[in-house]
Design a protein around this ligand. Structure first.
Ligand code: SF4
Length: 334
């Protein structure tokens, strides 16, 4: 028997896969990457850690598949709506399981294992939602949630004797105590809790995402920028992102695309790099410079020369500006 185990990066999914592996089922550990996990560096260190946990406890290499493109389409009117922020959890899980279903055929896997725990999350982990998710993904009765299986209807892997229901678990609710005890039993260490892993549950990030959707600018490049800096809506077709520290300034410089603008102060001034994307006329170039100036250390001066260049050209120009007024700044802030 072979099962695909969805590995989220948290403890629960590793435990669920381990419970099934210990029943002599071959596990294919799979992680889906979406553009809303963490900042890229955090993602890679988290993925490295998860891959190591999978290696140590499941004896397999973690397969990572990027589903960003398909995932973005979900955000346009998800059938089952959003959670408290921009998190379309039910549609997200249906989408992921539908992708798993295709992979099952390719690798000849018979069922799917997830780390979901009944009642742990209000939107997507109550009994009805779990049923809807399995049914709508085309995997009805083939999604086994070992951590709560004894509280859920019997699935095909159990009724067919591929796994013993008696050796599955009855965890429910938000307490993590049972998972910690089980991790101890298995000798699993150095794991991460999944809480806070998805930026779609973050109110500030959700505000920025709503703005992108409202202005029909949702794509993977623009979504990557949402993870950085302070965001300002300059017009219906232009945005400015101002770095909050040196690291973000460098990241913005790396993410610049042809037709984007970069703004920065002259070398004598400490100040941020800003990236503007969209159509900028002379007025918006000035506005972007004023916003950038607002975050510069002006050394008691009232004006500063802000430089800018439009990529891919390396030619730079400058404009002398004072800081934008606070009221106007706040009215543009996303
Ligand atoms: S929290 Fe994010 S990744 Fe998790 S199910 Fe919801 S939308 Fe999907």
């Amino acid at each position: 028997m072979k099962a695909i185990a969805l590995i989220s990066g948290g403890l629960d999914s590793i435990l669920a896969a381990k419970v099934i592996k210990d029943q002599n089922v071959e596990i294919f550990p799979l992680n889906f990457r979406i553009p809303f996990c963490h900042r890229d560096k955090e993602v890679s260190s988290k993925s490295d850690n998860t891959a190591q946990l999978v290696r140590d406890n499941l004896g397999q290499e973690l397969k990572i598949i990027d589903i960003s493109e398909g995932f973005l389409k979900l955000l346009d009117k998800p059938k089952h709506g959003f959670g408290s922020n921009m998190n379309p959890c039910i549609d997200c899980k249906i989408f992921m399981l539908s992708e798993v279903k295709e992979l099952m055929k390719e690798i000849d896997a018979q069922f799917v294992v997830t780390g979901e725990v009944l009642g742990q999350r209000p939107m997507s982990q109550h009994k009805d939602a779990l049923q809807v998710i399995a049914k709508r993904s085309g995997l009805e009765n083939l999604v086994l949630r070992p951590l709560s299986a004894k509280l859920l209807p019997e699935t095909i892997p159990e009724s067919s004797g591929w796994v013993k229901r008696s050796e599955l678990l009855n965890f429910s609710g938000r307490s993590r105590r049972p998972q910690l005890d089980l991790a101890n039993n298995f000798g699993i260490k150095d794991f991460a809790w999944p809480a806070g892993g998805c930026l779609l549950t973050d109110p500030e990030f959700s505000k920025r995402l709503k703005d992108l959707i409202a202005y029909k600018e949702l794509n993977t490049d623009n979504t990557t920028l949402l993870k950085l800096g302070r965001h300002f809506r300059l017009s219906a077709s232009a945005k400015l992102i101002v770095g909050r520290d040196e690291k973000e300034d460098l990241e913005l410089e790396k993410l610049v695309k042809p037709q984007d603008y970069l703004f920065y102060p002259n070398e004598q001034l400490a100040g941020p790099t800003s990236l503007a994307r969209g159509n900028l006329d002379t007025e918006l170039i000035r506005l972007s410079a004023q916003i950038t100036c607002r975050y510069c250390d002006l050394n008691n001066k009232t004006e500063a020369a802000i430089f800018y260049k439009k990529f891919p050209s390396q030619e730079s120009n400058s404009v002398m500006v004072s800081s934008i007024e606070e009221d106007q700044l706040q009215s543009l802030r996303i």
